[in-house]
Design a binder for this molecule. Structure first.
Ligand code: PLP
Length: 363
């Protein structure tokens, strides 16, 4: 069987070393160890250390594990918002976070821009009553990125509010200054190139203090998965319930490999590959009728490239698939009018060049 190379935005291609780490985990019987054992504590500690190094996390940050990024939305709202949250919305994922706030009985303030556009921060008006500001670094549905300087500026303007960043489809790439944000999160099946089933919640002590404050006021913040409980376990490098031990082990190994390769090098290659893709898809003599969806170059995502297709996206994706390359469809109502190509660390410059070459043969 010929293997497909996945350029889908998640689940995505596995990082090249994942197979060997799964094998080593089986050899070491990692899936059978107790999550109360010293072996597990050492795995958590090592993974924490590597994640901390990648993101340059300050001392007051915990690294917590959940089932997925979606779960983190719920946990953040439960534990850190009494009544009001503020959401910068530019696509399906940032919208869903706001929907969750409403479902949980909070007042969600939205600043929403049309699909495919980024934010003009001068136009963003955040009410003084909002307790938490939520923004996606990379809106996967539209291929729109919010520049990290714009994210940091939110904190400069609203130092009293908690600032929460969705980096699900860009981590480990964005150069966020974690002194300027209070929490961020991702799922491992996207740019980390791992099997799904683990959410990673980077969260600081201000969020913990807020949760404690709300609990003191009598707010229900959850049960077993309360932030206070997760944090208490983290201090012993444990988790309240039985976690995805294999996922935590793999994350430690993959992040170690990324550190060895050099995060700056990975960022640089991501830029190179993104430029190759955007340049190709902007070239009317080769990709006739195609065009990058995001007009503003400042807001174009480096990790998820979205392009309009002249005809049916599904037909084009099927043709490319026959060459053993899987690219993603458009999101929601753009399913058959756009393609989405993941540009994650798992795929090399040579593979992106080959993808472009293959796509030209499928026109
Ligand atoms: C995929 C994605 C999520 C949700 O991740 P799950 O692993 O499905 O919980 C949230 N935000 C963004 C931007 C995403 O791309």
């Amino acid at each position: 069987m010929n293997k497909q190379t996945f350029f889908t935005p998640g689940p995505a291609a596995l990082y090249p070393t994942v197979a060997q780490h799964i094998q080593s985990a089986l050899d070491k019987q990692i899936p059978s160890i107790s999550h109360r054992s010293k072996v597990f504590q050492d795995i958590y500690k090592q993974t924490y250390h590597n994640i901390r190094t990648i993101f340059k996390l300050p001392d007051d940050y915990a690294v917590l594990f959940t089932g997925s990024a979606t779960e983190v939305w719920e946990r953040m709202l439960q534990n850190c918002v009494e009544t009001e949250s503020f959401h910068l919305v530019n696509g399906a994922f940032s919208k869903r976070f706001a929907d969750f706030a409403q479902l949980m009985g909070k007042t969600a303030h939205l600043h929403e821009v049309p699909f495919g556009e980024g934010f003009d921060m001068a136009k963003v008006d955040i009410p003084s009553t909002a307790e938490m500001i939520c923004v996606a670094h990379n809106e996967t549905s539209a291929g729109v990125s919010t520049p990290v300087d714009d994210i940091h500026a939110l904190k400069d303007q609203h130092p009293d509010k908690l600032l929460v960043v969705d980096m699900v489809s860009s981590a480990p790439l964005p150069l966020l200054d974690f002194n300027k944000i209070d929490a961020a999160y991702f799922s491992v099946q996207k740019a980390f190139g791992m099997p799904a089933g683990l959410g990673v919640w980077l969260v600081n002590k201000r969020c913990l203090d807020k949760a404690k404050k709300l609990e003191a006021k009598g707010q229900a913040t959850g049960a077993h998965y309360r932030l206070v409980n997760l944090w208490k376990s983290f201090e012993k490098f444990q988790t309240p319930p039985t976690p995805n031990v294999l996922g935590i082990y793999l994350l430690g190994k993959v992040s170690e490999d990324m550190l060895n390769q050099g995060i700056d090098q990975i960022r640089h290659e991501t830029e190179v590959k993104a430029n190759l893709l955007y340049n190709a898809l902007s070239n009317p003599t080769i990709f006739k009728g195609f065009s990058p969806f995001v007009a503003n170059h400042q807001h174009r995502s480096a990790s998820v490239i979205v392009a309009n297709t002249p005809g049916s996206a599904a037909e084009f994706i099927a043709k490319v698939g026959q060459h053993h390359m899987t690219i993603g469809s458009g999101y929601g109502k753009y399913k058959d009018a756009q393609i989405r190509i993941a540009n994650f660390p798992a795929t090399s410059v040579a593979q992106i060049e080959q993808l472009i070459e293959t796509m030209t043969q499928c026109l």
